[in-house]
Design a protein around this ligand. Sequence first.
Ligand code: PEP
Ligand code: MG
Length: 756
Amino acid sequence: MTAAASARQILTSLHEVMASRLHAQGKLDQVVDIIGECLTSEVCSIYLLREGMLELFATRGLNKSAVHVTRMAIGEGLTGTIAANVETLNLAEAKAHPDFQYRPETGEDKYHSFAGVPIVYRERAVGVLCVQHVDPRRYEEIEIEALQTTAMVLSELITNADLVDEEEALGLGAADSGPQTLSGLTLVKGLGAGIAAYHQPRVQITQVVAEDTEAERQRVYRAFDKMREQIDGLTSQSEFGVGGEHEEVLATYKMFAYDEGWSRRINEAIDSGLTAEAAIERVQQHTRMRMREIDDPLLADRMHDLEDLANRLVRIVSGQLGTAAQQGLRKDTILIARNLGPAELLEYDRRRLKGVILEEGSLTAHVVIVARAMGVPVLGRAKGSRGVIREGDEILLDATAATATVRPSVQMADAFAQRFAKSKEKQAAYAELRDVEPFTRCGTRIQVMMNAGLRDDMSNLPLTGADGVGLFRTEFQFLVSATLPQRERQLKLYRDVLDAAGDKPVIFRTVDIGGDKSVPYLASSIAENDENPAMGWRALRLALTREGLMKAQARALLEASAGRSLYVMFPMVSEVWEFDAAKQVFEEQLAFMRSKKKIVPEHIRYGAMLEVPALAEMLDLLLPRLSFLSIGTNDLTQFLFAADRGNPALAERYDWLSVPIMRFLRRVSQATVGTNVDLGVCGEMGGRRLEALALLGIGYRRLSITPASVGPIKELVRKVDLNEITQAMTGWLAEPGINLRETIAAWAAERDIEAD
Ligand code: PEP
Ligand code: MG
């Protein structure tokens, strides 16, 4: 008999038992007999979780008197280990395993070999199925697969409430694994509570045994084709993260997607009588086990990729496509993803999205900037989160403390609620500063503006009392659109934004597309093979080449500002002529409008972003051309340190608050002294209290920051004496070996200035 035929025979027999009128105990007793016979195994036992313990429910071969007597805790003995790790064990000599525990009542002392598989329900082990032999031998793959298949059938029974009633099954599920705390890196501060939802939801397999094997095979073939198509077309998508790891991950995906061995094993599993979904999962379980045995960290990373891909395949096969955003959030949610693009995040309903946990992520990646603007806390670099968090788990996210508690206990939930209340109090205190003007202790008025990018963001202007919008990222409209926004749509947005701002200024930045802000409809024109998109054909470089795009935006901005002031700023200016060329586009449109007797803006102020270090060497030429200069510290610092802002591995490596960055920024600020150029910072660092303090100490008087930081920064400003901090910074920057962050934190603490 072939392997597939014997597996099919087991499935058929199991199916008959399950369909029979036997009561639950009777079914289990028959299952252990069937498996024992098919595997010619002296012992076959089923343990199920009851009241948090694994209890022997049925056995062939062990003492029957041990049934419902032998109980193991999760993590205790071999059975408990299998359940705790949700993994298969295959041992020639059970006693040699460090977790082995002898239970005399079972009479198992004469058996040497042992193999066990978890019975999984909703990604958690709710039981264990195991076999034992007198001979010390490792089980063959086909035997392990038979066990895994049986375990899937048993779990289907649990799901269908045939064996254990639904309430108890859910209860068991909840009891099997207690709270876990994940830690990571704070990307957006804040607290949030909700249930876990994967950006790419996992599929619950509800039918294990196939009715028509050939039909299942065709489903898998079609799914493979579709998956390969998707992988081939994925190069430009952000779900793989941006920057360095992107290529590598994609290459691995491709390798697996086209791996003949993988598709063959799935086919064999289908031959044995499983549905397509169950076959994919079975093969996956098997691979997981093999990978664990190899125990190589590099392979473990690859395993993640294969898990992602298998999940994708199951989603395609089952037709359960679409992200959690597309399926709609029904409850307060904490979103889990490996990484996200800004456009993907924007698809979520802001009212329900209470937080995000990313396995990757870095402080200045645009998805994080968007989350900050949405007021959604983000925990990044939460390693292993996908292994710990299951769809629907309750999560308390404390991104401020860089932790997330999964399946919290009552005490944990209480403590969290208290922290939540405190943080709300603090926010309320900041909100009270809304109408207070930010003067320093020495009487200097600091401009505290906010960054925005969408129409909705404008409601933050009156809420925070910011002095205006210091950076309006116009490309966000492009990111959220399925097609290139035409001039009319741009015009409407800009008009709405200006209306919402009233008499407060709004600095519109022309589109900064490219880098981690890629848009599908421009993908083919944004150099596809750009190895370094952040340093590639982006922002002004792209806009000056795609002149039509820039012209349309210029017209939209000019028309929207008719009769009012227009502040326009160009991103990623690298050479002075680029500023001139961009301004020229606006001036030509202006001349055209005048020739048509259209109403034009009352004033136009042109400014540039300083994000490319080379531009700092040309300030003598540049400054006379400008009304204002805004330092984009997110990009600038990545270029100064040559450290990709989106690369998770570098997320914690370099500090903004360091001597080289501050010396550079001070040089720029000194160059503007005596000119009419209004200088500011609009990168993320200006919104952090210690960084803002340092910036005030090197001559910056205008900060444009994320709305949530406006209150905290205003409060900081009111505590600062500019002479004092300027003097201190002068001293510190002369000492190259100094740890600037620690020094400034200590200085602030002495003056009762809280850090973030
Ligand atoms: C910056 O680079 O600092 C900046 C403000 O622009 P963005 O983050 O949109 O690139
Ligand atoms: Mg930038």
